[in-house]
Ligand binder design. Sequence first.
Ligand code: NAD
Length: 475
Amino acid sequence: MRDFTARNPRTGVHDWRGKALDPPEVGDVAARLRDGQATWEARGAISRLEVLRAFGQALRRHAEPIGAALETDTGRRRIARLEIDSVVGSIEGWARVIAADAPPAWVQGRGLPSVRHITAWKAYPLVGVISPWNFPLLLGMIDAVPALLAGCAVLMKPSEVTPRFVAPVIAALAEVPDLAAVFAVVTGDGITGQAVIDAADCVCFTGSVATGRKVAVQAAGRLIPAFLELGGKDPLIVLQGADLEAATDAALRGSVLSTGQACQSIERIYVARSIHDAFLARLVQKAEATRLNWPDIAFGEIGPIIFDRQADILATQIADARDKGARVLTGGEIETHGGGRWLRPTVLTGVTPDMLVMRDETFGPILPVVAFDTLDEAVLMANDGEYGLSGAVFAASLDEAETIGRRLLAGAISLNDAALTAIFFEAAKQGFKSSGLGPSRMGEDGYRRFLRRQALIANTAPPVPLGAFSEEGLT
Ligand code: NAD
């Protein structure tokens, strides 16, 4: 094991010390989980659901220390509590999927009437879950819960940037021994993450495109599936006739909620030229009305930038945009308060496609606004770039928004709102282009993807003898 520290984003102080597991230790944990998996899978989905429900109750009993840990690591309170609510609530969401599952039935063969078949669903024995720092608990559990319900054992490694919640979650897990036999949460860094991939039969990764590529390569080398949920550069298109009040509300929330530290944040805004100036004026007005949650955490809407290096990326993107001719209408400066670093919502105009802020993922509360003249131009600009996570369209009617939404190359499109995938988990979606790989984690597929299909094929007639395939008798 190696020592590592975590930084408090409100103070800048590295005030937490823990251990990063090395590959042999990860291997030991994986072996223990594998031992328990067959029994876990054999008990059936309804029984597993009861165990997960008990874990949900344990999380509620430990909500105070878990919430406090998330709050310290992320510098925000309400979202810390919402993370716990969302994880516990997700168990009942998956319960509905399981309840709707009809048991497989024998199907008579069409080509060979004497042969019939039935599907058995077999769980991947051990699923590795590797998650990022922006929603430390939620983004690991979003994969772990359905994988466990499917009958897999799960080895979860959250980000080393936000590890404090691991200890109180382990304390909650200890109160549900049946689950602790097949679910472990370990602390560590990229080396620990690589060991998780080496130990697993299937890996769920949420994080950056750069790391996602490495994960995909390592998983390919082991011939195991990698389900990747990666970065985004989500566009919002605002058409002439859109309700400006609603569109600016959605644009602001979609971009600056969680201080923009969300994969589905709006990071580019394209507005019809006829309404561009009015849209911009309202957006700036609303951006200026937001408040930092400093010095009181129970105040305001904008939390600190969680990851110190992220603040440098935001500063670089703003400086690059300024150097290339963009204007900062509000915000624009990384502020230091009490050792933490904050950025107020930053509205940019005069941006061009060559600027970093229009190409690279920002992961912060920056809103570059661009005017367009034709719908084709808006669609072309929105579809530009390597990402295809999600997007949004605002129009006078839902029909019009839908027409444009269908032309966007991204996995989820919010119509007359923005970033709806942050709060609505039932619609199946996939990351397009570099934003992801693998089946949907949302909707029914989010559960099904952990189950392999096994075909049981029965012949009711005598087996066909080898002689039936003899070469003899053919001319
Ligand atoms: P990151 O890629 O730096 O790290 C993610 C995780 O990977 C961490 O746990 C890290 O320890 C681990 N890791 C690092 N190197 C590894 C390796 N070689 N093998 C295995 N694991 C390794 O990402 P981050 O900075 O923590 O998170 C921010 C990124 O996550 C952003 O790009 C954001 O868009 C993305 N994200 C995507 C979604 C989504 O659902 N698509 C959701 C949230 C965040």
